[in-house]
Write a protein that binds this ligand. Structure first.
Ligand code: MTE
Ligand code: MO
Length: 364
C-alpha cells in the first residue's frame, strides 16, 4: 500500500470508544464527549456486520454495471482524479438507541453513541452513473461492499452473503450521494470503509456502504437481505402493512450533557447541551423538559444549519434548590413540522429509534 495512504487506525486502540462487539467490530462513540459539529475520526462509531476486509489500493477497483449502456471499471487513482466534492453529513445507525426499547430488542445495544458527523470528500455517484449511461427502465442502484460472511443467528443469511443496499434512482442521482475516500481530510480508516465508501446524507448509516466494490443498476426493486430480513420497516399501503427498506433518518435530538446519573449541585445554573438532526429536513426547534415531559421550554440553537448535519443546542437550566432525581428530555421539531414522538413506533421494528429519551440525573 502507498505509504501516503497509511491510516491512523492501525494503532489497534479503540481510544475512548465503547466496545460493543469485537468481531465484527462494533464501537460506540462517547456521546457525552460531544464537542462541536465534527466528530473526530478517532471517536467516530463503527458498525460492521462482518469482519473488516483487507483491501489495498493497487488491488482495489470499482465496477459499475447492470442496466447501463456500458460497463465501467475504475481504479482508485482514476476515481480520485474525477471532480470531487466535500460535504458535512451526520450519520446515525438505524439501531442507535436500541437499548431504550421495551421489551428489549435483539441486536447491538447502542445507547446514544451510534451516531457521528464528519466532513466527507468524494466523487458524486451520479458522475459514475453518467459515464456508464442509464438504460431506460433503470429503477435502483445497488451498492455492494467487499465484506462478506454467513450469519447463523436468526434472521439467518442464505449462506455467505455480501453487504449490499439499494438506493432509488432519485436519491442515487442527487449530488450529495458521494463515493468518499476522505473522512475529515484523512484517508478512510479500515474500519470506516477504506479505500472508498458510499456516503448517503440524510439516510441511516446502513445505506452508506463501506469497502465499496460494485455498483449495479437494476430495473426491479432490490430485495437483498440487508433491506428485507434486516433494516426493514413496515409501511402502510391501502391499510395493509408492507415491508420497506429503512431509509431516511428521523427527526431526533439527544442530550450529551449532563451524562446519565451525573450529580448536579442544587441552586446552580447548568448548561444542558446536545444535538438534534433530521434526515432530509432541517431542525427548526428544540425543546427541553426537566420534569419528565410535563412542561417544555425552547432551547437555544447554536451555529448555523448545514444541510444533512446535526444542529447543536443548549439550554440554561436553573437547577432547583430542592435535591432529588429529575428526568431531563429533549424534543426536536424540523422545518417540515415533524415533532420527535414520545413513543417508539412498532412499525419501525428495532430501528429508527427516535422517540424522546428520558435522562435521569440527581440534584444533590
Ligand atoms: N460494507 C458494509 N458497509 C456498511 C456496513 C457493513 O457492515 N458493511 N454497515 C453499515 C451500517 S449499519 C452503518 S451504521 C454504517 C457505519 O459506518 P461507520 O462504521 O463508518 O460508522 O456503515 C454501513 N455500511
Ligand atoms: Mo447501522
Amino acid at each position: 500500500m502507498d505509504q501516503g495512504l497509511k491510516t491512523a487506525d492501525n494503532e489497534r486502540e479503540h481510544g475512548g470508544l465503547i466496545v460493543r462487539e469485537h468481531d465484527p467490530l462494533n464501537l460506540e462513540s462517547p456521546f457525552n464527549a460531544l464537542d462541536g459539529i465534527i466528530t473526530p475520526n478517532s471517536q467516530f462509531f463503527v458498525r460492521s456486520h462482518f469482519s473488516i476486509p483487507n483491501i489495498d489500493v493497487p488491488g482495489w477497483q470499482l465496477s459499475c454495471g447492470g442496466h447501463v449502456a456500458r460497463d465501467i471499471v475504475i481504479s482508485y487513482e482514476e476515481l480520485v482524479k474525477l471532480p470531487s466534492r466535500t460535504l458535512t453529513s451526520t450519520m446515525e445507525c438505524a439501531g442507535n438507541g436500541r437499548v431504550f426499547l421495551t421489551p428489549k430488542a435483539d441486536g447491538v445495544q447502542w445507547e446514544r453513541g451510534g451516531i457521528g458527523t464528519a466532513e466527507w470528500t468524494g466523487v458524486s455517484l451520479s458522475v459514475l452513473l453518467e459515464k456508464a449511461g442509464l438504460k431506460a427502465g433503470a429503477l435502483e442502484v445497488v451498492l455492494s461492499g467487499a465484506d462478506e460472511g454467513e450469519l447463523i443467528e436468526p434472521p439467518k443469511t442464505p449462506g455467505r452473503i455480501r453487504f449490499s443496499r439499494s438506493l432509488p434512482l432519485s436519491k442515487a442521482l442527487s449530488d450529495e450521494v458521494i463515493l468518499a475516500f476522505l473522512m475529515n481530510g484523512e484517508p478512510l480508516g479500515s474500519q470506516h470503509g477504506f479505500p472508498v465508501r458510499a456516503i448517503v446524507p440524510g439516510w441511516y448509516g446502513m445505506a452508506s456502504v463501506k469497502w465499496l466494490e460494485q455498483i449495479e443498476v437494476v430495473d426491479q426493486p432490490f430485495q437483498g437481505y440487508w433491506q428485507t430480513a434486516e433494516y426493514s420497516q413496515w409501511k402502510r399501503l391501502a391499510g395493509e402493512p408492507v415491508s420497506a427498506p429503512v431509509a431516511e433518518m428521523q427527526t431526533k435530538s439527544q442530550i450529551a450533557r449532563p451524562g446519565r446519573n451525573e450529580r448536579i449541585t442544587p441552586g446552580t445554573r447548568y448548561r444542558i447541551f446536545g444535538a438534534a438532526w433530521s434526515g432530509e429536513a432541517n431542525i427548526a426547534q428544540v425543546d427541553v423538559s426537566t420534569d419528565g415531559g410535563k412542561r417544555w421550554s425552547a432551547a437555544h440553537l447554536l451555529g448555523e444549519q448545514l444541510p444533512f448535519t446535526w444542529r447543536l443546542w443548549e439550554f440554561e437550566w436553573q437547577v432547583p434548590s430542592k435535591p432529588g432525581r429529575y428526568e431531563l428530555m429533549s424534543r426536536a421539531t424540523d422545518d417540515s413540522g415533524t415533532i420527535q414522538p414520545s413513543k417508539h413506533s412498532p412499525d419501525h421494528n428495532a430501528y429508527m429509534i427516535h422517540h424522546t429519551l428520558p435522562l435521569d440525573i440527581e440534584v444533590r
